[in-house]
Design a protein around this ligand. Structure first.
Ligand SMILES: Nc1ncnc2c1ncn2[C@@H]1O[C@H](COP(=O)(O)OP(=O)(O)OP(=O)(O)O)[C@@H](O)[C@H]1O
Ligand SMILES: [Mg+2]
Length: 255
């Protein structure tokens, strides 16, 4: 069984006043196996965030189903969604979403506090993560006292401290300079190597080249996908760039 199975999903947005309908996703089918690192690319408005929000159970499909570990996310009661997310999913957003009135450490502990873990357990979990992410020395600081890259690393720590089944990231490098982006991508690569499944939306071919598979979305549908396979990252990057070109030309994807 795949970790994540997306079966023929459709998402229609209905405008509040005009009642006009907009098909944001249509006929989307794919699977994600445990341990994969998948990047999702596509033009602005293609439906990437819509898809990620559905995978994050922050939004519901109009039809079709999303199964996580065989469980239909659409069947989860509204009252259980928050704990379902906390127990199964980790999120990293472009704008970090850290709380300014909490230290970085308390921000990272937040999902565990909500699950009522005690302080010793939380500290024990944080230690190795903080070391990997190189944030041990700044944990007592507040978000406004650290750099964008450091904030992003804390957001990653918060996302993975619960050991989520899937880490979902929407443009995680979008607000970072190139050095911080590289750090973040290397970190994703290393947590993926240690078994973390990752689904990442990105506009950057370079960021996508860190994944094992890139799925291209256009006009709400899966347009094509490519696997890294035995390619080097540079070769994969070239392949991603040429696929993007083909997609923007509306031509046919080449193998
Ligand atoms: N709440 C909403 N109500 C109506 N239409 C929406 C809503 N959210 C998104 N859309 C529309 O659905 C389409 C897909 O939006 P989405 O945010 O998923 O795109 P995206 O691929 O993430 O784009 P970007 O790369 O710019 O972030 C867009 O045309 C958008 O205008
Ligand atoms: Mg988006």
């Amino acid at each position: 069984m795949s970790l994540l199975q997306v079966n023929n999903i459709k998402k229609i947005y209905t405008q509040r006043f005009s009642r006009q309908q907009y098909v944001a996703l249509n006929n989307v089918n794919f699977k994600v196996e445990e341990g994969e690192f998948v990047a999702i690319m596509g033009p602005s408005g293609a439906g990437k965030t819509t898809l990620l929000n559905i995978l994050a159970s922050l939004d519901r499909v109009t039809s079709g189903e999303v199964l996580l570990d065989g469980r239909d996310m659409g069947s989860i009661k509204e009252s259980e969604l928050a704990s379902f997310r906390r127990n199964n999913l980790g999120f990293v957003f472009q704008d970090f979403n850290l709380l300014d009135t909490f230290t970085l450490k308390d921000n990272i502990f937040l999902p565990l506090v909500l699950s009522q873990e005690n302080y010793e357990e939380m500290s024990a979990k944080l230690q190795p993560i903080a070391k990997t992410l190189d944030i041990t020395d700044i944990l007592e600081k507040y978000p406004y006292e650290v750099s964008g890259g450091q904030k992003q690393r804390c957001a990653v720590a918060r996302a993975i401290i619960t050991k989520p089944k899937i880490l979902l990231a929407d443009e995680p490098t979008g607000a970072l300079d190139s050095k911080s982006s590289n750090n973040l991508l290397n970190m994703f690569e290393s947590i993926n190597r240690s078994g973390q499944t990752i689904v990442m939306v990105t506009h950057s071919s370079y960021a996508a080249s860190y994944a094992n598979r890139v799925m291209f979305i256009k006009d709400g549908e899966v347009y094509s996908e490519i696997y890294k396979g035995d390619r080097t990252r540079k070769e994969f990057l070239d392949k991603i760039v040429s696929n993007l070109l083909v997609m923007s030309d509306g031509g046919v994807s080449i193998g």
